[in-house]
Write a protein that binds this ligand. Structure first.
Ligand code: FAD
Length: 411
């Protein structure tokens, strides 16, 4: 997506509020400056296999911690397509940095914006958009991944508080978050009464214990964590949306999260392409630049096709999501966005994996090394076929759409 494509497309997307061409140009410049300042730090942290605190601190400095948050809540007010483009740009620096933004905005701020009360919005959105408060989304548990309804985290009302108990697992930003959207069931409830709710949980206090998860083959620089809540008290008015509406909130939020994963994968493909073009023109073997060997051009063509097709799928999905966001309550538009985003996520994450593999091959022996960017993308994008809904779950969604709801194979 060139900036020109973006401008045209965004104007057809009935962009949120008053996100002008000038706002867009400023945000593109800020994200570019962020990426350039981040790259040398990210390089070192990745090679040291260490968490990179500059991902968040530089995002705060460049004012990009709330890109899709409306201006009235302190954000930049970006439309879905522009935000998708920004995530792709950030992911050229790596899936780690982009995952921070997914946790903060796509699945952190988004559900508060969509389902929060005005008071909740005012308490969480301006601070998080300013980078003074980090957010995360806590759905997955050790025994509940693809089927979150198997979760065992609970809440109970006690006076003015909600008391939380349970463990959340593999949560992006989970050990650095000041607040997490946690999904939980009423304590002791069974049968029809066992309905999941979404609760904004402030993480301060000893009853909230968190731990970074280090055994990752990639994405070293972002935070992946588990946390446990043991009689952890939160404000009684921190339930997000209606009681029992948590599953719907989670599924709606994942539409936003999946678009961010797909966009990130596009960024990985773009970076692989840039790196490979440069390498193909500078590396010589058999008396000429390797780019002059036709089989190397075959790899390049495949990466370029992965880029072009992913870009088209993401643009289509982002426009569908924008249309849905512009018409809250329109179930048909939400279903259309859900489907197109699932397709984009499935397609782009597989395309990025294959593109990175071609890129590694072009780099030869150096390709199989974290010192070079293609291999980092290869190992980082693998998780994109797993988190925010696995490949299999995306395929089941397509099966149900093609065959009819009766054929839904989730159960
Ligand atoms: C780095 C990272 C970051 C993450 N960040 C977050 C986060 O911020 N918040 C959050 O809540 N979660 C997060 N997750 C969790 C992630 O969303 C889950 O790992 C994912 O949903 C899969 O769940 P699972 O790991 O329990 O696998 P399982 O659900 O146990 O699945 C195992 C395998 O079985 C398949 N399977 C399961 N059910 C079916 C079915 N009905 N039909 C066919 N196949 C099926 C799956 O597709 C998969 O191949 C993160 C995970 C990782 C690795």
């Amino acid at each position: 997506m060139t900036p020109q494509t973006l401008n045209t497309a965004a104007s057809t997307a009935s962009a949120s509020e008053t996100f002008t061409d000038e706002d867009r140009a400023k945000m593109i410049a800020d994200v570019e400056a962020y990426c350039q300042e981040l790259r040398p730090i990210e390089e070192i942290q990745y090679l040291e296999r260490d968490f990179n605190p500059a991902i968040a601190s530089l995002a705060k400095k460049h004012g990009i911690c709330g890109m899709p948050v409306p201006k009235r809540y302190g954000g930049r007010g970006a439309d879905s397509l522009t935000y998708a483009r920004m995530l792709a740009r950030i992911n050229r620096e790596g899936s780690g940095p982009r995952t921070f933004f997914s946790g903060q905005s796509s699945i952190g701020q988004y559900p508060i914006l969509k389902y929060g009360t005005e008071d909740q919005k005012l308490r969480y959105l301006p601070k998080s958009a300013a980078g003074d408060l980090i957010l995360a989304f806590g759905l997955t548990e050790p025994e509940a991944g693809s089927n979150p309804l198997e979760g065992t985290t609970t809440y109970r009302r006690e006076g003015d508080s909600l008391v939380m108990n349970g463990v959340k697992y593999l949560i992006s930003n989970g050990s650095i978050a000041d607040a997490v959207i946690v999904f939980a069931f009423p304590e002791g409830a069974e049968g029809d009464a066992r309905r999941m709710s979404a609760i904004i949980v402030d993480t301060a206090g000893e009853s909230f214990e968190k731990e970074q998860m280090h055994s990752k083959p990639g994405m070293y620089t972002c935070d992946t964590a588990m946390f446990s809540m043991n009689e952890h008290k939160v404000r009684g008015d921190n339930m997000l949306g209606k009681e029992g509406e948590g599953f719907r909130i989670a599924m709606h939020t994942l539409v936003s999260g999946r678009l961010s994963v797909a966009s990130g994968c596009l960024g990985s493909i773009e970076d692989c392409l840039t790196e490979c073009i440069e390498w193909a023109k500078t590396r010589h073997q058999h008396g000429k630049e390797i780019g002059r060997h036709q089989l190397v051009q075959d790899h390049l063509a495949k990466i370029e096709m992965a880029r072009a097709t992913s870009e088209a799928m993401i643009e289509r999905a982002a426009l569908a999501k924008q249309a849905s966001d512009d018409a809250p309550g329109d179930k048909a538009l939400l279903a259309d966005a859900d489907y197109k985003v699932a397709q984009a996520k499935f397609f782009a994450s597989n395309a990025a994996w294959e593109a990175a593999d071609h890129a590694v091959q072009i780099f030869g022996g150096r390709g199989w090394s974290e010192l070079y960017r293609p291999f980092r993308h290869l190992q980082d994008v693998r998780v994109c076929r797993i988190y925010e809904g696995t490949d299999e779950v995306m395929k089941l969604k397509m099966g149900a759409k093609l065959l009819g709801k009766d054929y839904e194979a989730f159960k």
